[in-house]
Design a protein around this ligand. Structure first.
Ligand SMILES: [Zn+2]
Length: 272
């Protein structure tokens, strides 16, 4: 197995601390994005900096035959909570968006997608938290996020915003623990990102009451206990650049953790 010189840990020990709840015991494999949203297939896994360097692919990335997986979650968090409770609403949400994009009907500027934001947010957080071996600690919110994930009646920690937008592209990108600097305002946020066709999700730790990004937010429902779906707005006309926010720009700077990664479909070379 080769890598690009940056070691991307996805499969750790069989026993260890769960990245979400912190309990120590047998660990299970989590697919990110979840299997219910996209079919796992062979991918090349590379560090995000390689994607953004503009130098092209220097060397073959690490190949995984079955999508991107992390063995970092306990059975309860992975199978009982993500698999049974939180992934199905995420899968339903992404499926509705895919169907909308593949329909022949004239698309509205803003679509309304049925979804349960509380459960979709927990699914997004869970799959992002799964990234990287032995990474239970997430700063001051570690326990707050753990309790919120485990108990649906608790509110999302108030300094966290979760944005989403249409992502009509191939490939997936996942990272946690990046620092984003908005140059015009001087504001800094820690961001986690999960992108895969057809949706991107961004978790952002922000001190200001004013949201840093002008995008729809699942976290607007962060204080509500929801048993029913709501209508989530999704702009089909105005969407960020394919490589936003990970690519540098004139108005932003981003610093990545060591395991930020992206995955592209792996196409076997022909035999000639
Ligand atoms: Zn757990």
């Amino acid at each position: 197995m080769r890598n690009t010189g940056r070691l991307l840990h996805t499969i750790g020990k069989k026993q260890g601390q769960c990245n979400i709840c912190g309990e120590t015991g047998p660990l299970t494999e989590d697919h990110s994005p979840p299997k219910s949203c996209i079919k796992p297939r062979a991918v090349q896994i590379r560090h995000i900096v390689e994607l953004l360097s503009g130098q092209g692919v220097v060397e073959k990335g690490r190949i995984s035959q079955n999508g991107v997986k992390f063995r970092t979650l306990c059975h309860r968090c992975n199978n009982n909570l993500l698999g049974l409770c939180y992934d199905p609403p995420l899968a339903s949400f992404t499926k509705q968006v895919s169907q909308l994009l593949s329909s022949y009907a004239a698309l509205p500027g803003i679509a309304r997608i049925q979804g349960n934001p509380q459960r979709i947010m927990r699914a997004v957080f869970g799959h992002l938290a799964a990234q990287g071996v032995d990474r239970y600690l997430k700063g001051p919110e570690t326990e707050l996020l753990r309790d919120w994930f485990l108990n649906e009646s608790l509110p999302l920690p108030e300094n966290i915003r979760i944005y989403y937008w249409l992502f009509p592209h191939h490939g997936s990108t996942i990272f946690r623990d990046a620092a984003y600097l908005d140059i015009p305002s001087g504001r800094v946020a820690v961001i986690w990102l999960l992108k895969f066709f057809p949706i991107s999700f961004l978790m952002s730790w922000e001190e200001s009451p004013q949201p840093l990004f002008n995008l729809p937010r699942l976290s607007d429902w962060g204080n509500e206990v929801l048993t029913k779906d709501v209508e989530l707005p999704l702009s089909l006309a105005e969407i960020p650049h394919r490589y936003w926010p990970e690519a540098p720009s004139e108005t932003s700077v981003i610093t990545f953790g060591q395991e930020a990664m992206f995955a592209v479909p792996h196409i076997k070379p022909s035999s000639q």
